[in-house]
Design a protein around this ligand. Structure first.
Ligand code: DQA
Length: 147
């Protein structure tokens, strides 16, 4: 199984940005943690991080040609604005889990809208970095049942 983990805007600044909300661990720590989990699960994983909406759309489109089985995505603030990212996920029809480090549901009103949620098979929010490994476990189970 092949997974792609996509992180959007400002997630390269993990560890620096609002540590009271997002924690003190860095983006590299996140990549290392997910890579280790993937190894334990025996799955392949690759990573994309960009602050540019179009790059995220391109990465989702490319996932189709790379025959990716599942996508784990935290679009950052693009969660709340991007119809293009939602459309890209719908276009490729690759099972996608939406992840948020923070409890978005308990934060500002403008964070209550999620476009990506409409295209995702599941949303995991408020579990910190662990949300990404939970997403991977969910996809492994879901895709295993389908096979
Ligand atoms: C976030 C929540 C978003 O509202 C915010 O814009 C982010 C990070 C999260 O992981 O909790 O950049 O997606």
């Amino acid at each position: 199984m092949k997974f792609l983990v996509i992180n959007g805007s400002n997630l390269n600044l993990l560890g620096i940005r609002e540590p009271d909300i997002y924690g003190k661990a860095t983006y590299k720590d996140l990549v290392d943690m997910i890579s280790l989990h993937a190894k334990e699960k025996g799955v392949e994983v690759s990573f994309v991080q960009s602050n540019h909406e179009g790059d995220l759309v391109d990465a989702i489109g490319q996932a189709y040609f790379d025959k990716v089985d599942g996508i784990i995505i935290n679009p950052g603030a693009y969660t709340h604005t991007s119809i293009a990212i939602m459309d890209a996920v719908k276009a490729v029809s690759i099972p996608t889990v939406e992840v948020h480090i923070s409890k978005v549901d308990e934060r500002e009103d403008f964070r209550q809208i999620s476009y990506i949620r409409k295209a995702a098979v599941k949303t995991i929010a408020g579990f910190g970095f662990e949300g990404y490994t939970m997403a991977m476990d969910f996809l492994v189970e879901m895709l295993g049942e389908k096979a």
